[in-house]
Design a protein around this ligand. Sequence first.
Ligand code: NAD
Length: 262
Amino acid sequence: MDLGIAGHWAIVGAASRGLGRGCARALAKEGVNLVINARDADVLAATAQELQSLNGDIEVRSVAGDIGNEAVRSAILTACPQVDILVNNNGGPPPGDFRDWTRGDWHEAVDANMITPIELIKATVDAMASRGFGRVVNITSGAVKAPIDTLGLSNGARSGLTGFVAGLARQPQLASNNVTINNLLPGAFDTERLRSGLDAASKASGQAVSLIREQRLQGIPARRFGNADEFGAFCAFLCSKHASYLTGQNILLDGGGYPGTF
Ligand code: NAD
């Protein structure tokens, strides 16, 4: 299927590894020009080179730095001649016990996983509407639907973004001008973040990583973790011309892990 987005420009945040990189790879294969961001300049440069090698017809630009920083966001926006597609992604907040979290910890989480994507949406959607095409995909978490106790900072901050997006996506000046805003909710995907979580759980419990991994897989009907490329393929479809009637939705990619009917 031709997704109909070749030649468009996309910003993908936190894209040097993991799910962001998977989205950038899928968009590159579809002929989308990219501005990618992540903190580590060397890893980001290697990812940019890899994306360029996937498709010699596209342009790939990179902006290194913390996407939570206003100057970095401004550099990302300046690097992108026209933002047709915005994939909002960032690192996730650390796990822990809410009894230990300070106001500062909460502000950091809300800033990173709610306000940062909202600022990028604010900077881009009205111009998308004036051109009659725009796609925003926010990478959030399955924890928005099925909260994970130890990830309270993530549950809270991402739910704030989800509530905001639910209202914004339904503004007629966006929806009637072919601008869609949707959230992709990853369950368990085999990325560095997931692997470091398994390592931390192993250290905390004294159980082998392989055992923790197996226990985690038992909670997933697909009996495997997702991979970043399949996540990216779904993201690219959401960004396609075919997905113009889908907006304001929360789509869970979790191998059947969430047990509810809706
Ligand atoms: P990852 O650790 O594999 O990759 C994270 C990427 O984000 C890296 O490229 C890193 O350099 C970049 N990054 C981190 N903080 C950044 C910042 N402040 N500014 C710019 N770049 C930054 O993580 P992942 O598994 O790909 O996760 C991506 C997002 O999805 C995270 O918010 C994570 O919490 C969420 N998530 C992941 C899973 C999963 O199973 N992997 C499940 C639910 C939610």
